[in-house]
Every structure is written in structure tokens, then in C-alpha cells.
Ligand binder design. Structure first.
Ligand code: DP6
Length: 328
């Protein structure tokens, strides 16, 4: 009735932005990500006879009502599948600062999918776990797996072919990520509503969707050939394309601040000087630099010295989500 599981966060090299169906949370495009060892969530789910509602603690603090409601809705899927009729006490801890506007829904829902399904006695395959995590958050479907991961768009209406698969594990290629924190405040427009708004109002949205398969194909090849230059160029391309389509919504969405743009220039200047480093940015102002071990120190210090950067978090590649404990 109780289980504890951990999952790492991830960062998309080829971005997911837009849904083809929102109830089952089916993406309109596939995506490819790196799993990050430096950012992890540990979740404990305990189904109890003595509760009359779900109770969520985030980093030791009582969660806000909308946060609890989102987790309850997710647990309803597990309750329905297992025919369990108990409410749960959920405790989730991140090892990275959550106030930093860093995505935590990926590692949160991946760890919750594993902990809740185990606590409810469900025996799910990796693909089924990824499908379950997807219902919580699209990017969470990828966090079940370590290393290099692809989220399949799928074709079926019920979403049964829409899950993530591992392309390569975390030991395949030593790639590092440096995350430049440029703001500690919470973002105004979350990913879910941002992508919905983009799909409804951007004149470029259709092109964003139709050009995605080619990006995915090239990225798969770049990873397969360990072509870092190509991987980096494609990551910047997908990132800028996603932000361009969001900016072209009505009214336009702008996730960057001045320091985000300073970081882009720092990274491109480093590249001009011969350091192989590329950037990517999600639905927020933090900039993630992708580099090889040789460039790590130079990139870290250049980002730390960039105007507006508060601090820099460093991460290598992380592994699969894992069950830590289970008590019947
Ligand atoms: C910009 O997975 O947070 O980080 O499925 O609505 O929960 P929901 O969205 P979410 O979106 C992530 C968007 C992104 C790009 C990416 O991670 O692929």
C-alpha cells in the first residue's frame, strides 16, 4: 500500500509543444530529451484507510489546492485501473530548488507514476508506466528512462502507442548540461496553457507540427553517430523554432528575460572561440548550455560571469526511474 520511487528530470533537445488531444494528454509532435542526473524527485505514495481526501506534501510543505487537485486527478487514473478506493498521502521531494522556475513536473509525475502504481499493486511495463506518467505531464513520459529518450507521438486515439522509449542509456555519451538560473520567480504562463494558446492563435503552428518529423529523424541520426555539432545545432534550431511559434501567438508569449538573451550571446561567443557549446530553453527564462566534458569549466565560468545570471547548476546524464521501497 506504500511505495517510494525516484525519477530524474529531463531537457528536450527536440521540443514538445502542442497537443493533439488534451484529456489523454496526447502530444501533437514527438520529442527527444536528455535525462538529467542533477535534478531528481523522490515521491512516496501511501494509500490509507483513514483518509477522506488525498494529502500532498511538497518538499515538506502542505501543497496548494491546485497542486493537490492535479495529483488527485492523476491518482484517480491509478485508482480506476487498480479498483482501489483509498485516498493517499503523497510526499514529494526535489533535490533542486523548486522556486527557481525549473521544470519539476517531469520528474514529479514520472516518480509518482512508479510509486503510485506500485503502491496500488499494479504491474505495469515500462511503456505502460510512460503512458501513465504522460497523463500527468507530457514531458514526464520521458523521465521514466535514462540517457537519450524519444517520446513517440503515436497514432491511436486511445494513446496506447504514445509513450517514450530509450534511444541510448546514460553511459553511451558523456554530455553535460549547465543550467543558468536567471530568475527565481514562477513563470506567468505554464507549458499546458502556453501550448494551448499557441495552437489556437499562432499562424505558424501548423508548420511547427509538420516540420517536426524531419527534426526528430535528424536528431536520432546525430545521437546514433555521436555527432555533437549536429546535435547542438538541431537543439538550438528546435528551441528557437518553439519560441518563435510561441512568440507568434496572439498575444505573443515571451518566456525570456534580458539575461536569457545575454546567455545566448555568451554561448554563441564561446562557440566562435572554438568551444563546442549549444543552448536550449524551455517555457521559462533559464538557459541550458549543452557541452562536452572538455568545455565544462570554460562554459560554467562564462555563464557565471554573464550579466543577470544568478547561479549555474551542473548536471551529467541520469538513469531510469527506480523503485526505492515497497511495503504492502
Ligand atoms: C517547453 O510536459 O510541462 O518543456 O504535458 O501540458 O504537462 P504538459 O506540458 P509539459 O511541457 C513541456 C514543454 C517544454 C518542452 C519539452 O519538455 O519537450
Amino acid at each position: 500500500m506504500k511505495a517510494i520511487a525516484q525519477a530524474y528530470s529531463n531537457i528536450a533537445l527536440i521540443k514538445y509543444w502542442g497537443k493533439r488531444e488534451s484529456r489523454l494528454n496526447l502530444p501533437a509532435v514527438g520529442s527527444i530529451s536528455l535525462t538529467l542526473a542533477g535534478m531528481k524527485t523522490v515521491s512516496q505514495v501511501h494509500f490509507r484507510e483513514d483518509l477522506d481526501h488525498d494529502h500532498l506534501l511538497l518538499n515538506g510543505k502542505e501543497a496548494l489546492p491546485p497542486e493537490t487537485a492535479r495529483v488527485s486527478k492523476f491518482l484517480n487514473i491509478v485508482r480506476e485501473a487498480s479498483r482501489l478506493q483509498l485516498f493517499a498521502e503523497i510526499k514529494s521531494h526535489n533535490n533542486f530548488p523548486t522556486g527557481a522556475g525549473l521544470a519539476s513536473s517531469a520528474s514529479a509525475f514520472a516518480s509518482l507514476a512508479l510509486a503510485a502504481s506500485q503502491a496500488a499493486g499494479l504491474k505495469l511495463s515500462p511503456a505502460q508506466l510512460s503512458i501513465l506518467a504522460r497523463r500527468g505531464s507530457g514531458s514526464a513520459a520521458r523521465s521514466l528512462f535514462g540517457g537519450f529518450v524519444e517520446m513517440k507521438i503515436g497514432k491511436k486515439k486511445d494513446g496506447s502507442d504514445c509513450y517514450a522509449v530509450q534511444l541510448q542509456d546514460e553511459n553511451y555519451w558523456d554530455i553535460h548540461l549547465l543550467i543558468a538560473i536567471t530568475s527565481e520567480s514562477k513563470k506567468d504562463v505554464g507549458s499546458t496553457s502556453g501550448m494551448d494558446h499557441t495552437a489556437r492563435t499562432s499562424p505558424y503552428y501548423r508548420e511547427w507540427v509538420t516540420t517536426s518529423p524531419a527534426d526528430l529523424k535528424e536528431m536520432r541520426q546525430a545521437i546514433g553517430n555521436k555527432n555533437f555539432h549536429k546535435l547542438g545545432e538541431l537543439a538550438e534550431f528546435s528551441c528557437l523554432k518553439m519560441h518563435a511559434v510561441a512568440m507568434s501567438a496572439y498575444p505573443g508569449l515571451l518566456y525570456w528575460n534580458a539575461a536569457s538573451i545575454e546567455c545566448i550571446h555568451t554561448i554563441r561567443e564561446l562557440r566562435r572561440q572554438g568551444c563546442e557549446v549549444y543552448f536550449t530553453i524551455d517555457a521559462g527564462p533559464q538557459v541550458k548550455a549543452i557541452c562536452l566534458p572538455a568545455g565544462l569549466e570554460a562554459v560554467k565560468s562564462a555563464l557565471e560571469n554573464t550579466r543577470g545570471v544568478l547561479r549555474v547548476i551542473s548536471s551529467g546524464l541520469g538513469g531510469n526511474a527506480a523503485l526505492l521501497e515497497r511495503i504492502d
